[in-house]
Design a protein around this ligand. Structure first.
Ligand code: GLU
Length: 479
C-alpha cells in the first residue's frame, strides 16, 4: 500500500480543495501572472465521476469512483488511485491539484491527476477487488482517461503494486498491440515492468528531503537545533509504506525514532524504538500498543504531541488541525502525507516558529520514481543494462592504472566499491537523491528571495506556479 491505515480526524465541513486553493492564493500574489492564467492553473480541467455495477457474491453493488485531471499543461497527467470510504470529489480534486504542483516542483514533466474508488478494501476478497479494479480501469479506457500519453495512474492510499498489475493487464488487453501499453500505469511489480526502488521511493524521498533541510546550519540555528540528522528525535504517524520506509531510513542514518502512531494507538520511548521490531511485534500481536519499554497512547493523535525534533505525519489529510496544532512540540514538521496540516494548523505552527516542509515537495519521491518507471517502460530496457559492464571495465582499467603508477593496492572493500557499475536501483536512488536535493534548494532560494513572513509552503507554491504559468504562457490559449 502506498500510504497507511491511520485514521483521519476529520473536521466537519472542511473542504480540502478549498484549503489547497487558499494556499495557492496566498502564494499567487508573489508571482507575475495575470488573473486569468492563475485561475486556469488553479482549476481542475476534467472531473470524471462514475458509477458502475460489480457483482459481489449474489448481489450487485454500485460502486462510486473518480478520476480528476487537474492540469493538461503537460501530458500525460499523473497521480495515484486511492481506495477508501473517505473518497469524494472534493478530496480527489484537492489531491489532483497537489499532483500538478508536486510534479512542477521536482521537474517531472506531467500534469496532475488523482483517482479514487469509494470502497473499504478490507471488506473485499482479492478476487472482488480485482473485479472492481478491472472494471474501473475499463471505465477509464472508455473515456480516454488512461494511457501512456494521456493519464498514468499509480498507487496511493489503499492500493499497491497488485492493483497496478491488474490495471496494466486490463489496459493491454483492451488496447492489443499498443507497444507502450506498460507505461499506462506506474508502481507495478518489477516483474510487470515496474522499476526497482519504486516501493520505498516516497519514504526515501522524505528522508532525503528532511536530511537536506537539516543540513543548512543557519536554518537549524534559528530553531535551536544542530545541523545534521544524527541524534534528532523523530515521531512518525502512520506505519504504512511511506511511514515505514521513512522511519527505517531515519533510523539507519542515526536519528532516534521516539514515537510511532497507527490507527489503533501510538507508542513513545524517548530512548528510541527499533522500527523493524515494532513492525514484527505488530504482525504478531495485531497492534503496536504494549511494545516493550514504550508508553502507550490509546488516542493515536496524542502521539504526535509528544516531545521530538521532527514530526512526520505519513497517513491522511487534516490530521493536524485547529484543535491540536498548538500542542505539537516538533520544530520540524515534514508532510509525508498529502495535506496533513489544514491551513489553520499551518498558521498556528508557523507562528510558533516551526519549519513546515510541505507535502508537494517532501512526498514527491513517489512520483519522481514513477517518472523513471514511465521512462523505462517507453524505452523498453532496464536502467543500467547497456552501461553497467562498460562502467565496470572502465573502473577496472582506471584502478589498475592508479595501482600500477603508485605501486599501492586498495583493500577489498574499496575495490568492490570502486569497480561496481550501476544497477537499476543505484541509478534510481541517485536520480531521486539529486531531485530531492536540487528541488529543496530551488524552494529555499525562493524563500530567501521572498523575505521574512513567507513560509516554505508559499515559497514552494510560487516555484510551482512559476513553472506551470510559463508553460501556459508559452503554449498560448487554444482558440
Ligand atoms: N500517490 C503518490 C502521490 O501522491 C504517487 C503518484 C504517482 O506516482 O503518480 O504522490
Amino acid at each position: 500500500m502506498e500510504t497507511v491505515n491511520a485514521k483521519p480526524t476529520h473536521q466537519a465541513h472542511y473542504s480540502f480543495f478549498h484549503g489547497v486553493e487558499r494556499n495557492f492564493d496566498k502564494a499567487a500574489k508573489y508571482t507575475r501572472f495575470e488573473a486569468g492564467i492563475l485561475e486556469q492553473i488553479k482549476a481542475c480541467n476534467s472531473v470524471y465521476q462514475m458509477k458502475f455495477p460489480v457483482r459481489i457474491g449474489d448481489k450487485i453493488e454500485v460502486i462510486e469512483a473518480y478520476r480528476v485531471q487537474h492540469s493538461h499543461h503537460k501530458l500525460p497527467c499523473k497521480g495515484g488511485i486511492r481506495y477508501s470510504m473517505d473518497v469524494n470529489q472534493d478530496e480527489v480534486m484537492a489531491l489532483a491539484s497537489l499532483m500538478t504542483y508536486k510534479c512542477a516542483i521536482v521537474n517531472v514533466p506531467f500534469g496532475g491527476a488523482k483517482g479514487g474508488i469509494k470502497i473499504d478494501p478490507k471488506r473485499y476478497t482479492p478476487f472482488e477487488l480485482e473485479k472492481i479494479t478491472r472494471r474501473y480501469a475499463s471505465e477509464l479506457v472508455k473515456k480516454n482517461f488512461i494511457g501512456p500519453g494521456l493519464d498514468v495512474p499509480a498507487p496511493d492510499y489503499g492500493t499497491g503494486a497488485r492493483e497496478m498489475s491488474w490495471i496494466v493487464d486490463t489496459y493491454a488487453s483492451l488496447k492489443t498491440g499498443e507497444v507502450d501499453a506498460m507505461a499506462c500505469v506506474t508502481g507495478k511489480p518489477v516483474t510487470q515492468g515496474g522499476v526497482r526502488g519504486r516501493t520505498e521511493a516516497t519514504g526515501l524521498g522524505v528522508f532525503y528531503g528532511i536530511r537536506e533541510v537539516c543540513l543548512v546550519a543557519e536554518d537549524m540555528k534559528k530553531i535551536g537545533l544542530t545541523p545534521g540528522i544524527e541524534g534528532k528525535k523523530v515521531i512518525i504517524q502512520g506505519l504504512g509504506n511511506v511511514g515505514y520506509h521513512a522511519a527505517k531510513y531515519f533510523q539507519e542514518n542515526g536519528a532516534i525514532v521516539v514515537g510511532l502512531a497507527e490507527y489503533e494507538g501510538g507508542i513513545y520511548n524517548e530512548k528510541g524504538l527499533d522500527v523493524n521490531k515494532v513492525v514484527e511485534f505488530r504482525k504478531t500481536t495485531g497492534s503496536i500498543l504494549n511494545f516493550p519499554g514504550a508508553t502507550n497512547f490509546k488516542n493515536s493523535a496524542e502521539t504526535m504531541e509528544q516531545p521530538c525534533d521532527i514530526l512526520i505525519p505519513a497517513a491522511l489529510e487534516n490530521v493536524i488541525n485547529k484543535s491540536n496544532a498548538d500542542r505539537i512540540q516538533a520544530k520540524i514538521i515534514g508532510e509525508a502525507a498529502n495535506g496533513p496540516l489544514t491551513p489553520d494548523a499551518d498558521e498556528i505552527l508557523g507562528k510558533k516558529g516551526a519549519i513546515i516542509v510541505p507535502d508537494m515537495y517532501l512526498n514527491a519521491g513517489g512520483v519522481t520514481v514513477s517518472y523513471f518507471e514511465w521512462l523505462k517502460n517507453l524505452s523498453h530496457v532496464r536502467f543500467g543494462r547497456m552501461d553497467k559492464r562498460f562502467s565496470e571495465n572502465q573502473n577496472h582499467f582506471l584502478l589498475k592504472s592508479v595501482e600500477d603508477l603508485t605501486g599501492k593496492k586498495v583493500n577489498d572493500v574499496e575495490r568492490q566499491q570502486l569497480l561496481h557499475g550501476p544497477d537499476e536501483v543505484d541509478l534510481v536512488y541517485s536520480g531521486l537523491e539529486d531531485t530531492m536535493i536540487g528541488s529543496y534548494h530551488e524552494i529555499r532560494e525562493a524563500l530567501m528571495r521572498l523575505g521574512s513572513g513567507v513560509d516554505m509552503r508559499t515559497a514552494a507554491f510560487t516555484v510551482a506556479i512559476d513553472k506551470v504559468g510559463v508553460s501556459y504562457e508559452e503554449l498560448g490559449i487554444f482558440p
